[in-house]
Design a protein around this ligand. Structure first.
Ligand code: PLP
Length: 387
């Protein structure tokens, strides 16, 4: 089918979701995708922040083929070697205090379960999140999302959600108390425009949580699995060494196979009993094979080291572009800020067959490339900016 045929069919039979680019993706490899019309695009948006290992990484594809030959799925009603290995491997790369994994299917579901576990652990209901944060579109997660119009879409909202100002510890002190179950945040607010906070902010959050018995949740749906050059933001120097009680994950975790997870410490896991949590598909064998292969691919190909080098290179090269007024973010989560709207740059790059992302900040263009992106591929972006 050509592009127009695909577009017409999809518009006819699928309800509206996102504003789409005018391309139909047929195949991908590394940082590149090929369209139904045989054109090639450089994907610096990583398939919507998902394809950290690059499109169809051979090791991941092989692992999925092998697993599909054995068994596609059985739920948590049975034990499974691949699930055991996925949990072991994820815990092995997690901050030391996070010792158990809960598997689910998406980022919003990971956050719903993270908040539920915090309520179990504390016996409280209130959740503090932050202006500019995005946590997903199901009822509790969208109620925790104080970015733009999302809470409106999610009406009626779940009660017990209050917002503080990201990076402002006084505003947290004003709302966090002994009735608070959790403080949850994106440690780098991606959709807001790649907004960062200082390590001292995370240290202060940890202190407030410890003082009041509050569970600290890092929503690492975007920052996790090597994105910043660290396996996780939590526990890294970026967080001032602070380890949260729960890390929620999705996006990069399965290289494109839908999978989410919560990593939790003993304080949290001790309060979870059989049947408190559940999901049919969470921990299914195909998804677990994707998790193991994703972690292996990042490790084997030294992708975390690569993305750290790419970031410093990119920052140096962006200094040559006079329209760029600031560069935000870390590793492979980069916000390029322009003096005016970034929309013309985004559109022009797409015309030049380079995919980037926008954000809620009209001036900030987002890059979320595969962690295996090369210097030569990044040079294509710089050349396009120059032109
Ligand atoms: C930080 C963050 N949390 C949660 C979500 C929700 O994830 P999902 O779309 O997999 O439900 C997203 C999605 O963009 C996200 O960026």
């Amino acid at each position: 089918m050509n592009f127009t045929e695909i577009e017409n069919l999809e518009e006819q039979f699928q309800v509206a979701t996102y504003a789409k680019m005018n391309i139909a993706v047929e195949r991908g490899r590394g940082a590149w995708i090929w369209t139904s019309d045989g054109e090639k695009y450089l994907d610096l948006y990583g398939g919507h922040a998902v394809c950290a290992t690059g499109h169809s990484h051979p090791h991941v594809v092989e692992a999925l083929k092998d697993q599909a030959e054995k068994v596609l799925f059985y739920s948590n009603l049975v034990y499974s070697e691949i699930r055991a290995k996925a949990a072991e491997k994820l815990v092995a790369v997690a901050p030391d205090s996070l010792t158990k994994a809960f598997f689910c299917n998406s980022g919003t579901e990971a956050n719903e379960n993270a908040m539920r576990m915090a309520r179990f652990a504390t016996g409280r209901e209130k959740v503090v999140t932050f202006t500019g944060g995005f946590h997903g579109r199901t009822a509790d997660s969208i109620s925790a999302t104080f970015l733009g119009k999302y809470r409106e879409i999610g009406k009626p909202n779940v009660p017990g959600h209050v917002a503080a100002e990201f990076g402002n510890i006084e505003s947290v002190c004003a709302v966090a108390d002994r009735e608070t179950a959790a403080i949850m945040l994106e440690p780098i607010q991606s959709m807001a425009g790649v907004t960062e906070a200082a390590p001292d902010f995370f240290r202060a959050l940890r202190e407030i949580c410890d003082e009041h018995g509050i569970i600290l949740i890092f929503d690492e749906v975007q920052t996790g699995i090597g994105r910043t050059g660290n396996w996780f933001f939590g526990g890294s120097a970026l967080a001032g060494g602070v380890e949260p009680d729960i890390i929620s994950l999705a996006k990069s975790l399965g290289s494109g196979v839908p999978v989410g997870a919560c990593l939790v410490n003993e304080k949290v896991s001790a309060n979870i009993k059989t049947n408190d949590l559940g999901t049919t598909f969470g921990g299914g064998m195909l998804a677990m094979a994707a998790v193991v292969a994703t972690l292996e691919a990042i490790e084997n190909d030294r992708m975390r080291e690569n993305i750290a080098e790419i970031e410093s290179d990119l920052r140096a090269r962006l200094k040559e572009i006079e329209e760029v007024v600031a560069v935000h973010g870390k590793g492979g989560l980069i916000g390029i800020e322009f003096a005016e709207s970034c929309k013309p740059f985004h559109a022009k790059l797409l015309e030049n067959k380079i995919i980037t992302g926008t954000s809620s900040n009209p001036k900030v263009l987002r890059l979320l490339p595969p962690l295996c992106v090369t210097r030569e591929e990044i040079n294509l972006l710089i050349d396009a900016f120059r032109n």
